[in-house]
Write a protein that binds this ligand. Structure first.
Ligand SMILES: Nc1ncnc2c1ncn2[C@@H]1O[C@H](COP(=O)(O)OP(=O)(O)OP(=O)(O)O)[C@@H](O)[C@H]1O
Ligand SMILES: [Mg+2]
Length: 327
């Protein structure tokens, strides 16, 4: 605006002065020409400034990331995945996210190989955090986590993670077909294996009803999937990966009845003879687990089987009664 006013003023005032004979026409022309050359680029100053600010923000983020210390130190030991039994032990684990209050404190839990352990508790109680510790996205501030007796800090991170399949609703989908997205669970998986995995995960029916079936494009910009559908694809990936340990972390977002039923069916199949940790919000999903733990504010408040927990007037019993409509 200021530039336009400046330009117009020069044009008019200069024009009058020239008409009055105060300035040569040649000088006037040159002046207008120069003005144009000098002022016009300024109109883009705002845009340039905007670009500069965005670039600065990005640069700061990248630099922050580069400066982030690598907190998880690699261990030495490689695991032979075929020999992993899947016994998991948490011993007095404390953990706090950087500059936050403690989220997990004095957490101890022993999971026997091949059993199913459920973890329930209010939102924010630290359930996902426990899983993140097991996968070594963070290390506990004190205490120890071990897998088949080995401190997980002594294992190669890649080795540890390849022994664990993680199923979530927040699964990352890549731009590509459903087939390709499931195949991500295992290198060199055949089409038959993929379809079989989808069947076990109760995903086959919804996939075949998509516009192009297994060839439907999903991921960014592709066909949108619901939370339950994503979860089923995530299970299909896990089935394909066939790791000795399965972790299922259900998001708080409400799960519809159909998804729950599908989930229960596939859980029954894939948790067989495999160490399984299930975090679910609907207690009906986990009632048959070998052991159920109630977590509250990062502490273990109850531990036992469904029947044991129902017997005493526990937090679990109250929750169960609310969810099943009893009082
Ligand atoms: N990356 C993070 N940085 C800082 N604080 C975090 C981070 N992730 C989780 N928290 C905090 O840690 C606490 C436990 O979170 P967590 O995700 O483990 O809960 P949750 O039991 O899995 O909850 P939900 O049932 O909602 O999934 C919460 O108070 C949360 O705000
Ligand atoms: Mg969670």
């Amino acid at each position: 605006m200021a530039i336009l006013v400046g330009f117009t003023a020069t044009l008019l005032h200069g024009g009058f002065v020239t008409l009055d004979g105060g300035m040569a026409i040649a000088s006037y022309s040159v002046m207008i020409f120069m003005m144009q050359r000098l002022l016009w680029p300024l109109t883009r100053l705002g845009e340039t400034f905007d670009l500069y600010q965005r670039a600065m923000v990005s640069t700061i983020r990248v630099l922050d990331l580069l400066e982030t210390e690598i907190k998880v130190v690699e261990g030495e030991k490689e695991l032979d995945i075929t020999k992993v039994k899947g016994g998991i032990n948490f011993q007095d684990v404390d953990f706090a996210y950087p500059e936050r209050e403690q989220v997990v404190s004095g957490f101890s839990l022993d999971i026997k190989p091949g059993t199913t352990q459920a973890i329930v508790g209010p939102t924010g109680s630290g359930k996902t955090t426990v899983i993140r510790l097991l996968l070594r996205f963070h290390d506990p501030s004190s205490g120890q986590i071990s897998l088949d007796g080995d401190d997980i800090k002594d294992l190669r991170v890649k080795s540890l993670r390849s022994a664990i399949s993680l199923v979530t609703q927040t699964i990352t989908l890549f731009p590509g077909t459903v087939m390709q997205n499931i195949a991500y669970g295992k290198k060199g998986a055949t089409e038959d294996e993929i379809v079989e995995a989808a069947r076990i995960a109760e995903a086959h029916d919804f996939v075949t009803s998509l516009p192009d079936g297994y060839e439907t494009q999903i991921g960014e910009g592709g066909h949108k999937l619901s939370g339950g559908q994503r979860q089923r694809l995530s299970i299909a990936r896990a089935v394909l990966k066939d790791a000795p340990i399965l972790v299922l972390d259900e998001a708080t977002s409400s799960v519809d009845n159909e998804t729950e039923e599908a989930l229960q069916k596939s859980l029954a199949v894939i948790s067989k003879d495999r160490t399984t940790i299930v975090i679910a919000h609907r207690l009906s999903t986990i009632r048959h687990s070998d052991s159920i733990m109630v977590l509250d504010e990062g502490k273990v408040v109850e531990l036992g089987s469904h029947d044991e927990l129902l017997d005493n007037n526990s937090q679990y019993a109250r929750l169960w009664n609310v969810q099943t409509g009893k009082r």
